[in-house]
Write a protein that binds this ligand. Structure first.
Ligand SMILES: Cc1cc2nc3c(=O)[nH]c(=O)nc-3n(C[C@H](O)[C@H](O)[C@H](O)COP(=O)(O)OP(=O)(O)OC[C@H]3O[C@@H](n4cnc5c(N)ncnc54)[C@H](O)[C@@H]3O)c2cc1C
Length: 314
């Protein structure tokens, strides 16, 4: 039986029909996650604003998703509305050294277009499978480069429907952290990239790609690094490896034998399986090394206190 369209959604006109009881496993790179009551991909800013007006008027909870490449969604899914900008809001404009990207643009696409335009500075992000919006929230980075390095400004829409533009100076970024608030959805970002030598950029890009292939278990589904590195000298993967946990399995979830900071899904892993391995890694690393790991991935749809009981921020 198909679920009825909730009354709050009826007046909202969307080009891509919203999906009801949509399994979020279809929208996360882990391939894990229960249903969202409503899953919507607004094709334009106007549609996004209309959705937010409707959720505001009816106090419907809202969560955001980019391409779901740094998220663990619970097996029970997410109540209310999940707005995804992957596959939507994907205009990319390059004018001289200015790059204007809507938040649904995939990073890999942006890197390629910038290189083609003779711009440099973001080659190392090739292979990060996220959207520009998700990458800014996470301050995604690789091999020394971070998405925030060349940011000029970011435009957001708040859940209350207020449009704001933050110049770079009003934003803070740190290792896998940004000061965007939980009630702000990023809709566009502007970057200023230096002009580069196309051959040198192509080399950097291919080196970043090869290093990634050599180190990461890219043939399996995952959400990238599960934990933040406790310090630049102390990699979370190394601590988990030294704690003897590489290859530990729970159901179809496994702490990757190739890279211990990746948990991979061999097919039918559940969020509960992954959460078990996460808590095991936190406990064991704390016991062996006296170091408290913290999550890099974002978690959605878990009961309040589920992560906090293991001393983790969600
Ligand atoms: C194989 C693999 C390799 C990876 N390698 C790297 C790496 O080298 N470096 C790295 O930093 N990361 C890496 N990641 C993690 C991930 O790709 C990045 O963090 C990416 O930037 C997340 O983007 P996303 O669009 O998938 O965001 P999601 O995972 O969908 O969301 C992440 C967070 O951002 C929020 N969000 C998403 N879009 C918006 C928006 N428009 N406005 C407001 N909030 C939003 C979500 O609510 C969530 O809290 C890897 C992941 C995988 C699977």
């Amino acid at each position: 039986m198909t679920a009825p369209i909730p009354a709050w959604l009826e007046p909202v006109d969307l080009s891509i029909p919203p999906l009801l009881a949509e399994p979020l496993s279809r929208h996360t790179t882990f391939g894990i996650g229960g249903p969202a009551d409503v899953f919507a991909r607004p094709a334009t800013r106007q549609e996004l604003a209309a959705l937010l007006r409707a959720t505001n008027a009816h106090a419907v909870p809202v969560q955001f998703l980019g391409s779901g490449s740094n998220c663990l969604v619970s097996d029970t899914g997410v109540r209310g509305l999940v707005i995804s900008l992957a596959g939507a809001l994907k205009q990319l404009l390059i004018e001289g050294r200015q790059v204007i990207a809507e938040s649904g643009v995939m990073l890999g696409h942006m890197v390629k277009r910038c290189l083609k335009a003779g711009l440099t500075g973001i080659e190392s992000l090739v292979g990060v499978p996220g959207t520009v919006g998700g990458a800014l929230v996470m301050n995604a980075g690789a091999f020394g480069g971070e998405i925030s390095n060349h940011l000029v400004q970011a435009q957001v829409l708040t859940l209350a429907g207020v449009d704001k533009t933050y110049p770079r100076a009003e934003l803070d970024f740190a290792y896998r952290w940004s000061s965007f608030r939980a009630d702000e959805i990023i809709i566009e970002a502007r970057f200023n990239l230096p002009a580069g030598d196309p051959d040198a950029s192509a080399l950097l890009r291919s080196e970043a790609s090869s290093r990634r292939k050599a180190r990461q278990p890219l043939t399996f589904r995952s959400a990238g690094s599960v934990f933040k590195n406790p310090s630049p000298e102390m990699a979370a993967g190394m601590l988990i490896d030294q704690a003897g946990l590489k290859g530990t399995r729970r159901g179809d979830a496994e702490i990757s034998p190739k890279h211990a900071n990746f948990i991979v899904n061999h097919g039918s892993a559940t969020a509960a399986d992954v959460a078990h391995l996460i808590k095991l890694a936190v406990r064991t690393v704390q016991e062996r090394h006296g170091v408290k790991l913290q999550l890099e991935i974002k978690t959605l749809g878990f009961e309040p206190g589920f992560w906090e009981e293991a001393g983790l921020d969600s």
